[in-house]
Design a protein around this ligand. Structure first.
Ligand SMILES: Cc1ncc(COP(=O)(O)O)c(C=O)c1O
Length: 425
Protein backbone atom coordinates (compact mmCIF):
# COMPACT_ATOMS: atom_id res chain seq x y z
CA UNK A 1 0.00 0.00 0.00
CA UNK A 2 1.33 3.32 -0.87
CA UNK A 3 1.39 5.79 2.01
CA UNK A 4 -0.20 9.15 1.58
CA UNK A 5 2.64 11.63 1.77
CA UNK A 6 2.50 13.87 4.80
CA UNK A 7 1.87 17.54 4.00
CA UNK A 8 4.24 18.47 6.91
CA UNK A 9 8.06 18.54 6.86
CA UNK A 10 9.53 15.70 9.07
CA UNK A 11 10.41 18.03 12.00
CA UNK A 12 6.82 19.32 12.28
CA UNK A 13 5.38 15.84 11.91
CA UNK A 14 7.13 14.94 15.19
CA UNK A 15 5.73 18.07 16.83
CA UNK A 16 2.23 17.20 15.67
CA UNK A 17 2.39 13.72 17.30
CA UNK A 18 3.50 15.34 20.57
CA UNK A 19 0.70 17.88 20.34
CA UNK A 20 -1.97 15.27 19.87
CA UNK A 21 -0.60 13.26 22.84
CA UNK A 22 -0.72 16.44 24.94
CA UNK A 23 -4.24 17.13 23.75
CA UNK A 24 -5.44 13.71 24.74
CA UNK A 25 -3.78 14.10 28.17
CA UNK A 26 -5.48 17.48 28.45
CA UNK A 27 -8.91 16.07 27.69
CA UNK A 28 -8.35 13.23 30.17
CA UNK A 29 -7.38 15.82 32.80
CA UNK A 30 -10.45 17.92 32.06
CA UNK A 31 -12.83 15.11 32.92
CA UNK A 32 -10.61 13.62 35.62
CA UNK A 33 -10.39 16.89 37.48
CA UNK A 34 -14.17 17.24 37.49
CA UNK A 35 -15.27 13.62 38.08
CA UNK A 36 -12.49 12.69 40.50
CA UNK A 37 -12.75 9.35 42.32
CA UNK A 38 -11.15 10.53 45.58
CA UNK A 39 -13.46 11.09 48.52
CA UNK A 40 -11.91 12.31 51.80
CA UNK A 41 -12.50 10.14 54.86
CA UNK A 42 -15.68 10.88 56.78
CA UNK A 43 -15.52 11.99 60.40
CA UNK A 44 -13.64 15.30 60.16
CA UNK A 45 -14.60 17.33 63.21
CA UNK A 46 -13.34 20.77 64.20
CA UNK A 47 -14.43 24.01 65.84
CA UNK A 48 -16.10 25.62 62.82
CA UNK A 49 -18.82 23.67 61.04
CA UNK A 50 -17.88 22.85 57.44
CA UNK A 51 -18.77 25.39 54.77
CA UNK A 52 -20.77 24.04 51.85
CA UNK A 53 -21.18 26.09 48.69
CA UNK A 54 -23.64 25.10 46.00
CA UNK A 55 -26.11 26.12 43.40
CA UNK A 56 -26.41 22.57 41.95
CA UNK A 57 -26.61 19.61 44.29
CA UNK A 58 -26.47 16.04 42.90
CA UNK A 59 -29.09 13.30 42.99
CA UNK A 60 -27.86 9.71 42.76
CA UNK A 61 -30.76 8.72 40.50
CA UNK A 62 -34.21 9.85 39.38
CA UNK A 63 -35.89 8.08 42.29
CA UNK A 64 -33.88 10.29 44.64
CA UNK A 65 -34.64 13.31 42.45
CA UNK A 66 -38.33 12.74 42.97
CA UNK A 67 -38.28 11.73 46.61
CA UNK A 68 -36.01 14.30 48.28
CA UNK A 69 -37.76 16.97 50.36
CA UNK A 70 -36.18 20.33 51.13
CA UNK A 71 -39.09 22.04 52.90
CA UNK A 72 -38.70 20.00 56.09
CA UNK A 73 -34.88 19.96 55.80
CA UNK A 74 -34.64 16.22 55.34
CA UNK A 75 -32.81 16.61 52.01
CA UNK A 76 -30.96 18.92 49.66
CA UNK A 77 -32.32 19.81 46.23
CA UNK A 78 -30.78 23.15 45.19
CA UNK A 79 -28.52 25.74 46.77
CA UNK A 80 -31.38 28.22 47.15
CA UNK A 81 -33.34 25.62 49.13
CA UNK A 82 -30.60 25.07 51.69
CA UNK A 83 -27.16 23.58 52.31
CA UNK A 84 -25.68 22.05 55.49
CA UNK A 85 -24.20 25.52 56.18
CA UNK A 86 -27.46 27.46 55.91
CA UNK A 87 -29.42 24.76 57.77
CA UNK A 88 -26.87 24.94 60.62
CA UNK A 89 -27.09 28.72 60.79
CA UNK A 90 -30.90 28.60 60.72
CA UNK A 91 -31.03 26.18 63.65
CA UNK A 92 -28.65 28.29 65.75
CA UNK A 93 -30.66 31.44 65.04
CA UNK A 94 -33.91 29.72 66.06
CA UNK A 95 -32.20 28.94 69.38
CA UNK A 96 -31.00 32.54 69.70
CA UNK A 97 -34.51 33.96 69.28
CA UNK A 98 -36.34 31.29 71.28
CA UNK A 99 -38.19 30.13 68.16
CA UNK A 100 -38.44 26.88 66.21
CA UNK A 101 -37.92 27.72 62.53
CA UNK A 102 -35.74 30.23 60.65
CA UNK A 103 -35.52 31.68 57.15
CA UNK A 104 -32.44 33.56 55.97
CA UNK A 105 -32.62 36.61 53.70
CA UNK A 106 -29.88 38.65 52.01
CA UNK A 107 -30.37 41.68 54.31
CA UNK A 108 -32.38 42.73 57.34
CA UNK A 109 -34.58 44.85 55.10
CA UNK A 110 -35.31 41.95 52.73
CA UNK A 111 -36.30 39.83 55.76
CA UNK A 112 -38.76 42.56 56.79
CA UNK A 113 -40.24 42.93 53.31
CA UNK A 114 -40.47 39.14 52.86
CA UNK A 115 -42.91 39.02 55.78
CA UNK A 116 -45.16 41.71 54.30
CA UNK A 117 -45.04 40.15 50.84
CA UNK A 118 -45.88 36.67 52.15
CA UNK A 119 -48.77 37.70 54.38
CA UNK A 120 -50.52 40.56 52.58
CA UNK A 121 -52.67 40.70 49.45
CA UNK A 122 -54.62 43.45 47.67
CA UNK A 123 -57.30 44.87 49.96
CA UNK A 124 -55.42 44.05 53.20
CA UNK A 125 -54.08 46.59 55.68
CA UNK A 126 -50.89 46.59 57.76
CA UNK A 127 -50.21 48.68 60.86
CA UNK A 128 -46.72 50.00 61.52
CA UNK A 129 -45.38 52.01 64.47
CA UNK A 130 -44.50 55.66 64.01
CA UNK A 131 -40.89 54.94 65.01
CA UNK A 132 -40.36 51.85 62.82
CA UNK A 133 -37.15 51.43 60.80
CA UNK A 134 -37.78 54.03 58.09
CA UNK A 135 -37.21 51.76 55.03
CA UNK A 136 -39.86 49.36 56.37
CA UNK A 137 -42.30 52.28 56.60
CA UNK A 138 -41.29 53.34 53.08
CA UNK A 139 -41.94 49.80 51.83
CA UNK A 140 -45.50 50.03 53.19
CA UNK A 141 -46.01 53.56 51.84
CA UNK A 142 -44.64 52.98 48.33
CA UNK A 143 -44.42 49.30 47.33
CA UNK A 144 -47.39 47.88 49.23
CA UNK A 145 -49.56 50.82 48.14
CA UNK A 146 -48.81 49.91 44.49
CA UNK A 147 -50.22 46.44 45.14
CA UNK A 148 -53.46 47.76 46.67
CA UNK A 149 -52.38 47.15 50.27
CA UNK A 150 -52.99 50.03 52.67
CA UNK A 151 -51.08 50.88 55.84
CA UNK A 152 -51.67 52.98 58.93
CA UNK A 153 -49.12 54.40 61.32
CA UNK A 154 -49.84 53.94 65.05
CA UNK A 155 -48.47 55.39 68.27
CA UNK A 156 -46.42 52.55 69.84
CA UNK A 157 -46.58 54.14 73.29
CA UNK A 158 -50.40 54.12 73.30
CA UNK A 159 -51.60 50.48 73.09
CA UNK A 160 -55.24 51.51 73.61
CA UNK A 161 -55.14 53.54 70.37
CA UNK A 162 -54.61 50.31 68.42
CA UNK A 163 -58.17 49.17 69.13
CA UNK A 164 -59.61 51.97 67.02
CA UNK A 165 -57.27 51.20 64.10
CA UNK A 166 -57.88 47.47 63.68
CA UNK A 167 -60.62 46.18 61.38
CA UNK A 168 -61.28 42.95 59.48
CA UNK A 169 -58.85 43.95 56.69
CA UNK A 170 -55.96 44.33 59.19
CA UNK A 171 -53.77 41.26 58.62
CA UNK A 172 -50.32 42.22 59.85
CA UNK A 173 -49.07 44.48 62.64
CA UNK A 174 -45.41 45.43 63.00
CA UNK A 175 -43.77 46.05 66.37
CA UNK A 176 -40.31 47.43 67.04
CA UNK A 177 -38.65 47.68 70.45
CA UNK A 178 -37.28 50.22 70.94
CA UNK A 179 -38.20 52.35 67.93
CA UNK A 180 -35.49 53.17 65.41
CA UNK A 181 -33.37 56.28 66.08
CA UNK A 182 -35.63 57.76 68.80
CA UNK A 183 -35.48 54.60 70.95
CA UNK A 184 -38.89 54.82 72.71
CA UNK A 185 -39.66 51.40 74.22
CA UNK A 186 -43.26 50.20 73.78
CA UNK A 187 -45.23 48.07 76.24
CA UNK A 188 -44.95 44.95 74.10
CA UNK A 189 -47.24 42.80 76.26
CA UNK A 190 -49.97 45.48 76.26
CA UNK A 191 -49.76 45.89 72.46
CA UNK A 192 -49.90 42.13 71.88
CA UNK A 193 -52.80 41.75 74.32
CA UNK A 194 -54.86 44.19 72.22
CA UNK A 195 -53.83 42.47 68.97
CA UNK A 196 -54.57 38.93 70.21
CA UNK A 197 -58.25 39.82 70.34
CA UNK A 198 -58.17 39.89 66.52
CA UNK A 199 -57.28 36.34 65.41
CA UNK A 200 -56.77 37.35 61.76
CA UNK A 201 -53.82 39.56 62.75
CA UNK A 202 -50.25 38.24 62.53
CA UNK A 203 -47.83 40.04 64.87
CA UNK A 204 -44.29 40.61 63.58
CA UNK A 205 -41.47 42.23 65.56
CA UNK A 206 -38.31 43.85 64.22
CA UNK A 207 -36.08 42.38 66.92
CA UNK A 208 -32.75 43.68 65.64
CA UNK A 209 -32.03 45.83 68.72
CA UNK A 210 -32.92 43.05 71.18
CA UNK A 211 -30.94 40.50 69.11
CA UNK A 212 -32.71 37.64 70.92
CA UNK A 213 -30.75 38.61 74.05
CA UNK A 214 -32.42 41.66 75.62
CA UNK A 215 -35.76 39.83 75.88
CA UNK A 216 -37.46 36.72 74.50
CA UNK A 217 -39.81 37.82 71.70
CA UNK A 218 -41.92 34.68 71.99
CA UNK A 219 -42.34 34.87 75.79
CA UNK A 220 -43.43 38.36 76.72
CA UNK A 221 -45.84 37.50 79.50
CA UNK A 222 -48.94 38.11 77.42
CA UNK A 223 -52.01 36.38 78.94
CA UNK A 224 -52.70 33.41 76.71
CA UNK A 225 -55.52 34.13 74.28
CA UNK A 226 -53.82 31.55 72.13
CA UNK A 227 -50.86 29.31 72.90
CA UNK A 228 -48.41 32.13 72.09
CA UNK A 229 -47.40 34.55 74.82
CA UNK A 230 -45.38 36.76 72.54
CA UNK A 231 -45.09 37.67 68.87
CA UNK A 232 -45.72 35.36 65.91
CA UNK A 233 -42.64 36.41 63.93
CA UNK A 234 -39.29 37.83 64.98
CA UNK A 235 -37.23 39.51 62.25
CA UNK A 236 -33.56 40.20 62.90
CA UNK A 237 -31.06 42.22 60.85
CA UNK A 238 -28.10 39.87 61.42
CA UNK A 239 -26.04 42.63 59.81
CA UNK A 240 -25.80 44.23 63.27
CA UNK A 241 -24.87 42.27 66.42
CA UNK A 242 -24.72 38.67 65.10
CA UNK A 243 -22.27 39.67 62.36
CA UNK A 244 -20.44 41.99 64.72
CA UNK A 245 -17.88 42.89 62.07
CA UNK A 246 -19.60 45.52 59.95
CA UNK A 247 -18.86 43.30 56.96
CA UNK A 248 -21.91 41.10 56.34
CA UNK A 249 -25.50 41.85 55.30
CA UNK A 250 -28.14 39.26 56.25
CA UNK A 251 -31.55 38.95 57.87
CA UNK A 252 -33.56 36.21 59.55
CA UNK A 253 -37.25 35.47 60.05
CA UNK A 254 -37.92 33.26 63.07
CA UNK A 255 -41.25 31.66 63.98
CA UNK A 256 -42.69 29.08 66.35
CA UNK A 257 -45.60 28.01 64.19
CA UNK A 258 -44.90 25.42 61.46
CA UNK A 259 -47.81 26.51 59.21
CA UNK A 260 -46.82 30.18 59.38
CA UNK A 261 -43.18 29.24 58.68
CA UNK A 262 -44.21 27.22 55.61
CA UNK A 263 -46.25 30.13 54.27
CA UNK A 264 -43.25 32.43 54.63
CA UNK A 265 -40.91 29.78 53.26
CA UNK A 266 -42.85 29.28 50.03
CA UNK A 267 -42.85 33.03 49.33
CA UNK A 268 -39.15 33.12 50.24
CA UNK A 269 -38.54 30.37 47.66
CA UNK A 270 -40.64 32.03 44.94
CA UNK A 271 -38.84 35.33 45.49
CA UNK A 272 -35.51 33.52 45.13
CA UNK A 273 -34.01 34.89 48.33
CA UNK A 274 -30.68 33.28 49.04
CA UNK A 275 -27.56 33.98 51.12
CA UNK A 276 -23.94 33.28 50.23
CA UNK A 277 -22.05 30.48 52.00
CA UNK A 278 -19.18 32.81 52.91
CA UNK A 279 -21.61 35.19 54.60
CA UNK A 280 -23.31 32.30 56.43
CA UNK A 281 -19.85 31.19 57.56
CA UNK A 282 -19.07 34.69 58.90
CA UNK A 283 -22.31 34.60 60.89
CA UNK A 284 -21.48 31.15 62.28
CA UNK A 285 -18.11 32.55 63.42
CA UNK A 286 -19.81 35.55 65.05
CA UNK A 287 -22.50 33.72 67.03
CA UNK A 288 -20.30 32.14 69.74
CA UNK A 289 -19.06 35.58 70.88
CA UNK A 290 -22.45 37.31 70.45
CA UNK A 291 -23.48 37.25 74.12
CA UNK A 292 -20.14 38.65 75.30
CA UNK A 293 -20.13 41.36 72.64
CA UNK A 294 -23.74 42.33 73.33
CA UNK A 295 -23.00 42.62 77.06
CA UNK A 296 -19.93 44.77 76.31
CA UNK A 297 -21.93 47.10 74.00
CA UNK A 298 -24.66 47.29 76.64
CA UNK A 299 -22.35 48.13 79.57
CA UNK A 300 -20.39 50.75 77.62
CA UNK A 301 -23.53 52.39 76.23
CA UNK A 302 -25.12 52.72 79.69
CA UNK A 303 -21.96 54.42 80.95
CA UNK A 304 -21.92 56.82 78.02
CA UNK A 305 -25.68 57.50 78.32
CA UNK A 306 -25.22 58.52 81.96
CA UNK A 307 -22.31 60.76 81.04
CA UNK A 308 -24.32 62.39 78.23
CA UNK A 309 -27.21 62.99 80.63
CA UNK A 310 -25.00 65.07 82.88
CA UNK A 311 -23.99 67.39 80.00
CA UNK A 312 -25.80 70.72 79.58
CA UNK A 313 -25.81 70.64 75.73
CA UNK A 314 -28.55 68.03 75.27
CA UNK A 315 -32.26 68.60 75.81
CA UNK A 316 -32.86 64.82 75.95
CA UNK A 317 -30.83 61.64 76.12
CA UNK A 318 -32.71 58.66 74.70
CA UNK A 319 -31.75 55.23 75.99
CA UNK A 320 -34.28 52.70 77.35
CA UNK A 321 -32.36 52.08 80.60
CA UNK A 322 -32.50 55.77 81.57
CA UNK A 323 -35.58 56.41 83.74
CA UNK A 324 -36.21 59.68 81.83
CA UNK A 325 -36.31 57.94 78.44
CA UNK A 326 -39.78 57.29 76.94
CA UNK A 327 -40.91 53.73 77.66
CA UNK A 328 -38.30 53.06 80.36
CA UNK A 329 -40.84 51.26 82.60
CA UNK A 330 -41.97 49.06 79.70
CA UNK A 331 -38.31 48.22 78.97
CA UNK A 332 -37.67 47.36 82.63
CA UNK A 333 -40.66 44.97 82.67
CA UNK A 334 -39.37 42.74 79.84
CA UNK A 335 -35.66 43.37 79.37
CA UNK A 336 -32.43 43.10 81.30
CA UNK A 337 -30.15 44.38 78.57
CA UNK A 338 -30.24 47.62 76.61
CA UNK A 339 -28.13 47.26 73.47
CA UNK A 340 -25.56 49.63 72.09
CA UNK A 341 -27.51 52.66 70.87
CA UNK A 342 -28.01 56.04 72.52
CA UNK A 343 -29.40 59.21 70.96
CA UNK A 344 -29.23 62.84 72.06
CA UNK A 345 -31.55 65.70 71.09
CA UNK A 346 -30.12 69.13 70.38
CA UNK A 347 -32.55 72.00 70.52
CA UNK A 348 -32.83 74.02 67.28
CA UNK A 349 -32.67 77.42 69.08
CA UNK A 350 -29.52 76.70 71.05
CA UNK A 351 -27.76 74.53 68.50
CA UNK A 352 -28.32 75.35 64.81
CA UNK A 353 -27.94 72.43 62.41
CA UNK A 354 -24.54 73.59 61.09
CA UNK A 355 -23.12 73.61 64.62
CA UNK A 356 -24.41 70.11 65.29
CA UNK A 357 -22.84 68.96 62.03
CA UNK A 358 -19.56 70.62 63.11
CA UNK A 359 -19.77 68.59 66.36
CA UNK A 360 -20.31 65.37 64.40
CA UNK A 361 -17.45 66.21 62.02
CA UNK A 362 -15.14 66.90 64.99
CA UNK A 363 -15.52 63.36 66.36
CA UNK A 364 -12.42 61.28 65.72
CA UNK A 365 -13.13 57.77 67.04
CA UNK A 366 -16.83 57.82 66.15
CA UNK A 367 -17.07 57.37 62.38
CA UNK A 368 -19.99 58.74 60.38
CA UNK A 369 -21.84 55.75 58.99
CA UNK A 370 -25.10 53.78 59.00
CA UNK A 371 -25.72 50.58 60.91
CA UNK A 372 -24.44 49.33 64.28
CA UNK A 373 -23.26 46.26 66.16
CA UNK A 374 -19.65 46.28 64.94
CA UNK A 375 -16.37 47.10 66.70
CA UNK A 376 -16.19 50.71 65.48
CA UNK A 377 -18.37 53.35 67.15
CA UNK A 378 -20.61 55.18 64.69
CA UNK A 379 -22.50 58.47 64.68
CA UNK A 380 -25.36 59.76 62.54
CA UNK A 381 -27.22 63.10 62.67
CA UNK A 382 -30.96 63.23 61.86
CA UNK A 383 -33.15 66.31 61.33
CA UNK A 384 -36.16 65.93 63.65
CA UNK A 385 -38.56 68.02 61.56
CA UNK A 386 -41.36 65.77 60.34
CA UNK A 387 -39.72 62.62 61.72
CA UNK A 388 -42.50 61.71 64.18
CA UNK A 389 -46.29 62.04 64.21
CA UNK A 390 -46.67 60.85 67.82
CA UNK A 391 -44.91 61.24 71.16
CA UNK A 392 -42.62 63.85 72.69
CA UNK A 393 -40.75 64.49 69.43
CA UNK A 394 -43.83 65.15 67.25
CA UNK A 395 -43.45 68.70 65.93
CA UNK A 396 -39.82 68.96 67.14
CA UNK A 397 -37.43 70.80 64.85
CA UNK A 398 -33.95 70.28 66.31
CA UNK A 399 -31.35 67.66 65.46
CA UNK A 400 -30.99 64.18 66.89
CA UNK A 401 -27.57 62.56 66.98
CA UNK A 402 -27.47 58.79 67.32
CA UNK A 403 -24.37 57.09 68.67
CA UNK A 404 -23.80 53.38 68.04
CA UNK A 405 -21.26 52.33 70.65
CA UNK A 406 -18.58 49.95 69.43
CA UNK A 407 -15.99 47.98 71.38
CA UNK A 408 -13.38 50.69 71.97
CA UNK A 409 -12.38 51.79 75.48
CA UNK A 410 -15.29 53.71 77.08
CA UNK A 411 -13.01 56.41 78.50
CA UNK A 412 -11.61 57.08 75.03
CA UNK A 413 -15.12 57.36 73.56
CA UNK A 414 -16.26 59.79 76.26
CA UNK A 415 -13.07 61.80 75.72
CA UNK A 416 -13.82 61.94 71.99
CA UNK A 417 -17.36 63.27 72.54
CA UNK A 418 -16.06 65.78 75.08
CA UNK A 419 -13.43 67.23 72.74
CA UNK A 420 -15.91 67.38 69.83
CA UNK A 421 -18.51 69.25 71.90
CA UNK A 422 -16.32 72.36 71.79
CA UNK A 423 -17.31 72.59 68.09
CA UNK A 424 -20.92 73.28 69.17
CA UNK A 425 -19.71 76.76 70.14
C1 LIG B 1 -34.00 48.26 63.29
C2 LIG B 1 -33.46 47.83 61.96
N1 LIG B 1 -34.09 46.86 61.30
C3 LIG B 1 -33.66 46.45 60.10
C4 LIG B 1 -32.55 47.00 59.50
C5 LIG B 1 -32.14 46.55 58.13
O1 LIG B 1 -30.98 45.79 58.13
P1 LIG B 1 -30.07 45.69 56.83
O2 LIG B 1 -29.18 46.88 56.85
O3 LIG B 1 -29.37 44.39 57.00
O4 LIG B 1 -30.98 45.69 55.65
C6 LIG B 1 -31.86 48.01 60.16
C7 LIG B 1 -30.65 48.62 59.55
O5 LIG B 1 -30.15 49.63 59.99
C8 LIG B 1 -32.32 48.44 61.43
O6 LIG B 1 -31.71 49.43 62.10
Amino acid sequence: MSQTPSPLPPSLEHASAATSAAESALSQRATGLIHHPYAPPAGFDAVPPGVFKASTVFFANTAELHSREWKDKTGYTYGLHGTPTTFTLEERLATLEGGLQTLLAPSGLSALTLVSQALLKAGDEVLIPDNAYAPNKDFCRVELAQWGITHRVYDPLDPASLTGLIHERTRLVWLEAPGSVTLEFPDLAALIQVLRQHPQVVIALDNTWGAGLAFNPFELGVPAFTDTRGVDISVHALTKYPSGGGDVLMGSVVTRDAALHLRLKLTHMRLGLGVGANDAESLLRGLPSLVLRYQAHDAATRQIAHWLQARPEFSAVLHPALPSSPGHDAWARVARHAGGLVSVVLDAQRHPREKVHAFVDALKLFRIGYSWGGPVSLVMPYGLKGMRQHGALAGASGTLVRFAIGLEDVGDLIGDIEQALTALG
